[in-house]
Design a protein around this ligand. Structure first.
Ligand SMILES: Nc1ncnc2c1ncn2[C@@H]1O[C@H](COP(=O)(O)OP(=O)(O)OP(=O)(O)O)[C@@H](O)[C@H]1O
Length: 249
């Protein structure tokens, strides 16, 4: 596991978000350090996805601040946040079902349907990178298969390949293990560690504790829209507040 870096990657200060009367984020102040595999865990409805949505510009927080690598990105448009180096996958994986795997990955960096004729060099470079990521993620044999004909786990890897096309320094993964078979789960865990060793920071929202405990350097635990504990897996495993939030004891 990597050393805990002192450089902040993604941080929030007093982030709040309510939906009608439901408080999803209740003054969440969190810091994820550069170069680490971080996990964000917590019971259903504790605000994890809302947190991701706020920091990636999908929804605007009611209050508080989001900083990425020291820059205020609160309320910035999603494409600007991606350009700043923050990529994400979704709980309900987002791929174009009727496009091939290769086209899906290419779509991450150029508009769907754009002909390559006028931009030959760029397209060839993109094509090489897209094939490279499919290979890296072990799904190159599916390059010409439409996403709808791929397994759920393969679609998740495909979505991740698209995210990696924008070369994010920090990658947010929303429930990468959800609905994925054990073999693919192993591959996802290994990939996260490898990509981290190459310098990418991760923040992973996940319910699968085996994955969380095996890949994470640092874990933040949410309950009712704010962090209640944080630390390395060894500490979190035995934290009474965490057991209480999960088990109601
Ligand atoms: N668009 C929305 N409209 C209304 N309520 C919402 C909306 N999004 C989230 N909520 C509510 O906000 C709270 C936090 O939801 P959120 O999805 O962020 O939790 P979570 O920790 O990601 O849950 P899970 O682990 O089940 O995915 C929940 O009570 C949820 O019902």
């Amino acid at each position: 596991m990597s050393e805990r870096s002192e450089v902040p990657s993604l941080a929030t200060d007093g982030l709040t978000k309510a939906f009608g009367g439901v408080v999803a984020l209740d003054g969440a102040t969190v810091e994820f350090r550069h170069g680490q595999v971080n996990a964000l865990i917590g019971p259903n409805g504790s605000g994890k996805t809302t947190f991701f949505n706020c920091v990636t510009g999908m929804i605007r927080p009611d209050g508080g601040q989001v900083t990425y690598q020291g820059r205020d990105i609160t309320g910035a448009a999603p494409h600007r946040i991606v350009r700043a180096g923050l990529g994400r996958t979704f709980q309900l994986c987002r791929v174009f079902p009727r496009m091939t795997a290769l086209d899906n990955v290419l779509a991450a960096v150029r508009p769907v349907g754009l002909t390559g004729l006028l931009r030959g060099a760029h397209v060839r470079a993109d094509l090489d990178r897209a094939r490279g990521w499919l290979t890296r993620l072990g799904i190159e044999h599916l390059a010409d298969v439409e996403a709808r004909n791929m397994s759920w786990g393969q679609q998740k890897l495909l979505e991740l390949a698209g995210v990696l096309m924008s070369d994010p320094e920090t990658v947010l993964l929303d429930e990468p293990a959800g609905g994925v078979n054990p073999a693919l789960l192993d591959r996802i865990g290994t990939l996260v560690r490898e990509l981290n060793a190459e310098g990418r920071t991760f923040v992973i929202v996940e319910h699968n504790m085996d994955l969380v405990m095996s890949v994470s350097d640092h874990i933040v635990v949410f309950d009712r829209g704010r962090p209640i504990a944080e630390g390395p897996p060894s500490l979190i495993r035995s934290d009474e507040r965490v057991l209480g939030a999960y088990l109601g004891v």
